[in-house]
Every structure is written in C-alpha cells, then in structure tokens.
Design a protein around this ligand. Sequence first.
Ligand SMILES: [Zn+2]
Length: 409
Amino acid sequence: MKEWGISGATILTPDEQLKGMNLEIKDGKIDRITKEKVKSPLAISFDNAVLTPGLINAHDHLLGTYYPKVGNGPYPNWLPWDNDLKSAPVYQERQQIENRDLYLLGGYRNLISAVTTVADHIPHFVSAPFRGILPTQTIENYALAHSIASFALAWGDSIDVEYQKALREDIPFITHIAEGFDPETVQDLKTLDKKGGLGDHSVLVHGIAFNEEDIKLIKQKGASVVWCADSNMFMFNRTANVGKMLEMGVNVCIGTDSPMSGGINLLYEMKFDKMLFKKMYRKDIPNEMILSMVTSNCAKAFKMKKNGQVKSGNVADLAVFADRGRTPYESVVNAELKDVLLVVIDGRPVYGGAEYSSLFDSLRIDYQRLVVDGADKIIAGDLRGLLQRIRKAVGFKKEFPFLPVEFDD
Ligand SMILES: [Zn+2]
C-alpha cells in the first residue's frame, strides 16, 4: 500500500495531546509523527478533529450480535439469563441468519463506532471460519475458559492447561468471572487462583462479585479486568467495584458484551460508564482514563505490543473524531456515530466521511456510500449486501440501533 498521511488533527497518544503534528503511514505502520509537512502527496487534512488509537472493544460475542436485549433480571448468575435468551422469540428470529452474517453484523457494529479490534470471546473453532472476512480485526491468539463455576460451558481445555498456554505463548487468558451472586460464583476468584489461572496474563471479564480482598489479589497478580457496565446493570442491576479497582491501580478495560445484554456500541458504553461511575461514587471518572480503558489498557491486557498507542513503529490502527467537546478527550468520550470521521486498520482506511472518498480511490479501496446517523459516510466491504441477506433471512427489514444506516437506493 502507498504511503499516505493525516494532518490537522489533535493527536491523543492517549497519554498526551499533540497539537499541530502530522502523521505519516507506511506499510501498515505509523511511520512518523512530525511537525513537518506530510511527505506523501496523498494526505488528508482535518479541521477540528481528534485522532486516537483505534478503539479496542475488550469484550463482545460477535455471533450474538442482534437486537433487542432479552432478559428479566436481576439474575443470580449468567445461566438463567442464557436460558431466557434461548427461549425468546427474537432468538429464533436470529437463528434464521447465517453465522457468517451475524459475525459480519458484529464487525460492522464495532467498525462504525471506531473500533479497530474486538475481543470476541468464543471457542476458536467457532470463530475460525470468519477470520479474514470481517470489517474489523479480532484478537486471534488467546487462551480461554467460558467461566469458573462448575456450570461453566466447556470452552477450551482445563484452566491450568489454558493458563500455561497463555504464559508459554505470551497471549491473554480470557474468562468470564464472578458474574453473579450465587455462593459458588462469589468464590470464583479464589477458585481461579487455586486452579492456577490467575496471573498477569489473566483477563477477567465482569467481576461483579469481586470484594476488596479479591481486588487486592488481582492487583498483586497483575491481572486485567474488563468492565461491561451496561450488560451488568441489565442482567444483575449491579456492576463491578471499578472505583476500588482504579484506586488500587488495577488495569481496567471497557467492553460492550453482545447487544442482546449490553451496550449499543463502545461509544455508548463509554458514556454509560461515565454516568454510572458518577452515580456510584459521586465523582467523575476523567475522560483521559476512559480513553485509556478502550485503547492502551486493552493493548496491555491482550498483549498487543504494537497497538493502543499512537507512536512511530506501532500498527496504524487509528480513529479520527470530530472535535466538538470542551477538550479533545471529551470529544472522544462524547462522540456519536456521526462524529466518527475516519477509521484506519493496518494502515488502510476502511470507514469515514464521504468527503474523504478521494483517499479511498487513490488507495484503490472499494467502498459503498451510505448515511450513518444522518451523516454521509463511505465504508469498505459490502454492508449493503449483508443487510439484504439479513432482510431475506428474517423476512422483513430489521432495524438495528447499533447500525442506523441508509443506502440511497
Ligand atoms: Zn460475555
């Protein structure tokens, strides 16, 4: 791919703000961040925009991408929710759609919300057929368990075998944990530790029942936690003690979970989490911290050494947002779908405002024109074809609030 560049945007690395700097992309990587004019004639320039690392959605189940939410909580743990889901008419409706198309739907849901990588938590044999066809990247190398209690689904090998694999290959070990309040689930962290699954490669999703002692142990072991607040509140009317985790310096990431229990998309989730944090702790979680929780903290948790930060040599996974806030950080956390101006994956623009079509043309990237959330956009791939197949499968034009798109035919 040709070299190209971006100028005019305030760059959030995310730890620092760089104003008046330009960014050059070469061979899928961030080549240079410079005050000088972009060398390549192929450059797009922004006024009033904020550039960040591409967002990382730390927890999702792409196969579960559908709408609306199903459930009648609060539940004691995830199992009765799963039973309610699977007996719901909307689940039957979803089942008419091919797995490949549910995967693509999940990919587009994430892409238009500026997500360049999704942690799709599922056994590898389920997701393997769809690698390489999705509009966003997924974390491919990870060890896993479904969850910790005796009623866990049989995902992966035993916890100790999976954790050893994570250590050997320096990949994350991802599991749901402490998602509920029954006597067994509240002991999940201790059980995980006893089984040899707790350490600096552990990515602990939910942790609603973690107490202060658990949080201390997590910090001591260097594990990461994924906060899925909207999903937790919907299913359990409670969420993890993130205030204590942040106070103790635990590495916390934000995930949406699937839209059948969780947030509409990661942009919504950031705002929801900020609002909920204020309600729970009567203080603000800084926007800078929220941005880290969807970028650098995730890269750390998932052992993505060349992601999550805008710096030369890193993978050019990038997002550009309209600068509408009082600060650039606020612009990102408060962004709506229409404010996503450009998404770049591996140095390749894949989604953005229609005004940047000449960049896509010059780089020979095929795209479709569409209106997203009232704004003219272009998107790589065949979203139009996907929505037509879904319409045919379910027999009507299904509306997805996470994909408010219109094509002009
Ligand atoms: Zn989950």
